[in-house]
Design a protein around this ligand. Structure first.
Ligand code: NAP
Length: 256
């Protein structure tokens, strides 16, 4: 018996990184999984990789841009028709366009807001129709420690704090319909996103990870599995009395 037997979980930006790790964990615990990502081929490849690594797993890959309403509606319709429903939504897709404020362009701002905030809004709006009808649904949004402020990330930190406000409001509006909405705010997680930051800072990836590990009390970087563990807990029925919350999964780096 898995915690998610008979459930369908949709994870955005899941072709790699935190999203893929989370999709794997849902599949290991019995969910059928829809991997949504910008690139259809990458999403499909990730779905077959997941079916290869988790015995008995059912996964589909769907190409969609979470920042585009038509694309989102088509993706949710395909999930429901191919997997028979939708019970869990993880809004994980993300991008960075870092720069100091005076160098940040309007496009840098709009792109980041589009994927993180509008993307979470559109996906949630499309999914909640099904959640409300069936009086059951779990939403987990991925925020970040950058929500608390981070040099060079005015766009990203505003979006990630926005995700927390969005999550609290979902908790209030959707709770009466059997729907829980929570957020996870990761610290440094070793993925292609942080590898790209290392490259931008002209640092070796391992050196960048070592320096990041030194900055938190548990003295290691995080991995996608650390976030997957928190996301699956919040999406499980064990967490049905928790809603509107943001759980920081960051090795204690925000403790001060
Ligand atoms: P990642 O490795 O860069 O993966 C992000 C995925 O999202 C990519 O596959 C990307 O596809 C996809 N994506 C981007 N824009 C999209 C769109 N418009 N529609 C659908 N998919 C889209 O990132 P990650 O490190 O796993 O991060 C996952 C989430 O955690 C993000 O929300 C990020 O902000 C958050 N986070 C990460 C860290 C960290 O340290 N890694 C810390 C805090 C929070 P393409 O490759 O095609 O662009």
């Amino acid at each position: 018996m898995g915690r998610f037997d008979g459930r369908v979980a949709v994870i955005t930006g899941a072709a790699r990184g935190i999203g893929f790790g989370t999709a794997e964990r849902f599949a290991q615990e019995g969910a059928a999984v829809a991997i949504i990502d910008l690139d259809e081929a990458a999403a499909t490849e990730a779905a077959s990789r997941l079916e290869g690594s988790v015995p008995g797993a059912k996964a589909i890959g769907v190409g969609a841009d979470v920042a585009n309403a038509d694309s989102v509606d088509a993706a949710i319709a395909r999930v429901v028709s191919d997997l028979g429903g939708i019970h869990i939504l993880v809004n994980n897709a993300g991008i960075t366009r870092d720069n100091l404020l005076f160098k940040m362009t309007e496009l840098d701002w709009d792109l980041v807001m589009g994927v993180h905030l509008k993307g979470a809004f559109l996906m949630t709006k499309a999914a909640q129709k099904h959640f409300v009808e069936q009086k059951y649904g779990k939403i987990v949004n991925i925020s970040s420690i950058s929500a608390l402020g981070n040099r060079g990330q005015a766009n990203y930190s505003a979006a990630k704090m926005g995700v927390q406000g969005f999550t609290r409001t979902l908790g209030i509006e959707l709770g009466p319909f059997g729907i829980n909405a929570n957020a996870v705010a990761p610290g440094f997680i070793a993925t292609e996103m942080t590898d790209a930051t290392a490259a931008r800072l002209k640092l070796d990836v391992e050196e960048f990870r070592r320096l990041s590990a030194e900055q938190n009390p548990v003295r290691r970087v995080g991995f996608p599995a650390d976030i997957a563990a928190a996301v699956t807990f919040l999406a499980s029925d064990e967490a049905s009395y928790i809603t509107g919350q943001t759980l920081y999964v960051d090795g204690g780096v925000t403790l001060g």
